[in-house]
Ligand binder design. Sequence first.
Ligand code: SME
Length: 168
Amino acid sequence: MTCNIQTEMLKADEDIYIRITEELKHFLKPDEPLISGLSNFISLLKYSLKKISWVGFYINKEGNLWLGPFQGKPACVKISSGKGVCGTVLIQGKTIIVEDVDNFPEHIACDAESKSEIVVPLFIHGNIWGVLDLDSNILNAFSETDKNYLEKICSFLAETLNFNESLI
Ligand code: SME
């Protein structure tokens, strides 16, 4: 039974990601300001995936991550390289799924209610432009399905928007 529920939830997430990807193709434009496209993208994620409590970008500037467009409660403004889940992804260049934030010693708790997290790097010309961070108040909310689709979506953003524009 539990297995069936999990399969159905993963399928539901997959359907949502497919719809998000289709919507992005229509409303992201390379000739519009980067901050506008990213802000709309974040809003689309927040209001499509009900399990998310917080979603946003941290933008890399000279090895530090700075808070970018986000939806959710106010959050830490600066994360140093190697600190927190975000700073670890900045160093490792790979997505991290945290099933239970209490078991990730480096986790930075911007919101005490956050229970699990996924952080995905966004690459521009081989360099990490920043990271996309999603939090949930549900334990173990993120799976390989989230990882696969979020990585594809980040690649799509990198190909579609004009990242030459500096946001910070
Ligand atoms: N938990 C993150 C910090 C950012 S907040 O979740 C918005 C981390 O450990 O890097």
